[in-house]
Design a protein around this ligand. Structure first.
Ligand code: GDD
Ligand code: MN
Length: 357
């Protein structure tokens, strides 16, 4: 009897996301065409930096070549102690840049404080938050043209410098784009989070680790859409070895806390399309991983041989099946989500340890 319950949990664990993925794919990728004739609006790009001396030069050049210079202001809020500040100053002089403001924080308080400070200083309505360790490809110009009317915020799709991360990126990018074409996605990326200050004021952003997803959800709660676009692809640098574990767990914990924090507000809100997407994502991040664990435990307790056969099949499938890459990424992600939930119990981590990359 117990093994049937265990098997049902396992089937549900895989079938529910597969169904959602199918539903999303059906609705996916009707990416709207930006109105080409519209002028490029002025933007303020905010880069928070904490010990980014290896990335900041490349980052500055990447941002500078992504948008017409006369329409862009860059604000860097730095709290480094590794010489990043001096590198930025030299780069500003070397390139004779007039559109950059560099602010040194008195002490390190965490990304969210830097972000809020930057948004307050921004002189344009459209602000873009972007991490120093991520680089854009594609057309920011096209992406920004979508940010008007009912669209209050946009984010990008992502690539990573590690193959395990990329194995599930393709899958998650499709989900982000699909949710965006249905209404909004509650998961945004710090690599590119652009929003309108007339829709969201800096003082409305709470002290959280997941500033990106928090902005997406707050904007959706206000009745505007927060969408990911494939006009910009951001590649982020992924830490290696053991550092990868702490990086995944910390980031996962930010996301878990975001879902818990907003759950009742979204459920009480009057936007059925966003509610459905948010509740599904909260389920996938918080509940669904446990079905896998409980399912395996129940089977192991009632029929250890069946457990061994299932684990053997899983190993084979993750090596030779047509979906082997996705399966490996999926299974490892379930482990990270469980660890992230335990980590999230420690409370909000605002000024996190920087993992070596
Ligand atoms: N000024 C300042 N002060 N900047 C900071 C601080 C700080 O205390 N801590 C981090 N930063 C800067 C980093 O230098 C980088 O440019 C950016 O904030 C993101 O920090 P990372 O350490 O690279 O964060 P992450 O890659 O693990 O997580 C990012 O992506 C997540 C998921 O998309 C962040 O953007 C998270 O907020 C986001 O949830
Ligand atoms: Mn990063």
């Amino acid at each position: 009897m117990l093994e049937y319950l265990g098997l049902s949990l396992l089937v549900f664990h895989f079938a529910e996301p597969a169904y959602y993925y199918g539903y999303i794919k059906k609705n996916c990728c009707r990416t709207r065409n930006p109105e080409e004739d519209k002028e490029d609006p002025p933007i303020s790009v905010i880069i928070p930096t904490y010990n980014e001396r290896d990335n900041i030069r490349r980052k500055m050049r990447n941002v500078l070549e992504s948008y017409p210079q006369d329409k862009m202001e860059i604000i860097i809020i730095d709290s480094s102690n590794d010489g990043t500040y001096d590198i930025i100053k030299k780069e500003i002089e070397a390139l004779n840049l007039k559109n950059i403001r560099l602010i040194k924080e008195e002490k390190r308080r965490g990304k969210i404080f830097a972000v809020r400070e930057g948004v307050k200083l921004a002189s344009n309505n459209i602000v873009i938050l972007t991490d120093a360790d991520a680089f854009w490809e594609g057309s920011l110009v096209k992406a920004i043209k979508v940010l008007r009317g009912e669209v209050g915020a946009i984010s990008c799709i992502k690539k990573a410098t590690s193959s395990l991360e990329n194995n599930y990126r393709d899958f998650y990018n499709i989900i982000r784009l699909g949710e965006s074409s249905i209404y909004s996605t509650p998961i945004f990326h710090g690599e590119l989070t652009a929003f309108r200050k007339d829709v969201l004021k800096p003082e409305e952003i709470p002290n959280v680790g997941a500033d990106d997803s928090t902005i997406a959800t707050l904007i959706s709660l206000k009745g505007y859409r927060a969408i990911c676009t494939d006009n910009v692809i951001a590649t982020e640098i992924v830490p290696k070895g053991l550092e990868y574990f702490s990086w995944k767990t910390r980031r996962g914990s930010h996301l878990i806390r975001h879902f818990v924090r907003f759950f009742s507000k979204v459920v009480k809100s009057r936007n059925p399309k966003f509610k459905k997407i948010f509740v599904e994502e909260a389920y996938l991040h918080v509940i669904n991983p446990w079905l896998l664990i409980f399912g395996l435990v129940l089977i192991g307790v009632s029929d250890p041989l069946l457990l061994i056969i299932l684990l053997g099949l899983a190993v084979v499938a993750s090596v030779i099946s047509p979906i082997s890459k996705l399966l490996r990424a999926w299974l490892s992600n379930q482990g990270f989500l469980i660890l992230s939930q335990l980590y999230a119990l420690r409370g909000e981590v605002i000024a996190w340890r920087k993992e070596k990359k």
